[in-house]
Design a protein around this ligand. Structure first.
Ligand code: DX5
Ligand code: ZN
Length: 228
């Protein structure tokens, strides 16, 4: 998909509930993807972990390429990897529509963000809970998406860190309306409204969807709670 189209499609779906494919059934990925699509998910969030930048391993471009065969939903890839620039072309080729890199992994991110945009994907920048939000300032004009981590990256099912709310507000005041503000980690029915009030527009939800038997109901409940 081209960048403008992906962005328009996502902006039109706000508040965006993005299921995180970390708690899915890896033995039945195609089924889970079909169920999420039927349940109304507007995008899938793909957590790529390398066992180096974060203390866990998940899946990479080869698995994403196979997922791509099962849906036309946009893929929002969250690269929790060292030296993401080296692997960008693999994730682009695999069919990722948005690619987010960590500021902690790429201290000079402008050229990487621009490279992502030139390849017709949305460019995202992520910060960990301990990274001061002010560090994002020089890079905001180069991003289509800013992602505030509300847990330490690496694992699903962790507790929401409330400090993320101040960070979201800080970014919201400095970003354009055609940029997406995402929050990831511990987003559940009890925490999502506060993140929406602080300006988040894209909500990554792992456990709060996959721990429910009815994905459709879970997505609807989360979306309603995030609607201001
Ligand atoms: C954590 C990942 C998240 C994770 C969220 O490192 O980036 O996307 O899957 O899971 P929950 O929603 O369970 O906190
Ligand atoms: Zn994530």
């Amino acid at each position: 998909m081209n960048r403008e189209k992906t962005l328009a499609r996502l902006l039109a779906s706000r508040p965006i509930i993005a299921p995180s494919m970390l708690k899915c059934d890896f033995g039945n990925l195609a089924d889970d993807i079909a169920q999420l699509e039927a349940a109304g998910a507007p995008v899938l969030h793909l957590d790529v972990m390398d066992g180096h930048f974060v203390p866990n391993l998940s899946y990479g471009a080869m698995v994403i390429e196979r997922m791509r065969e099962h849906t036309t939903l946009p893929f929002d890839a969250h690269l929790m990897i060292s030296d993401p620039e080296k692997y960008l072309k693999d994730y682009l080729k695999a069919g990722c529509d948005a690619i987010s890199i960590h500021l902690e992994a790429v201290p000079q991110p402008i050229s990487v963000l621009e490279k992502i945009r030139e390849s017709e994907a949305l460019a995202g920048l992520v910060i960990n809970p301990e990274t001061p939000v002010e560090k994002l300032e020089p890079y905001l004009p180069h991003c289509d998406l800013i992602l505030i981590m509300s847990v330490n990256p690496g694992f699903g099912g962790q507790k929401f860190i409330p400090k993320a709310l101040e960070k979201l507000s800080w970014v919201r005041q400095r970003m354009r309306d055609d940029q997406l503000l995402s929050v990831d980690g511990g987003i559940a029915f009890e925490t999502i409204a506060a993140t929406a009030q602080s300006g988040a527009t894209l909500f990554v939800c792992g456990s709060s969807i996959f721990d429910q038997s009815d994905y459709s109901q879970a997505i609807t409940n989360l979306r309603n709670a995030a609607t201001l």
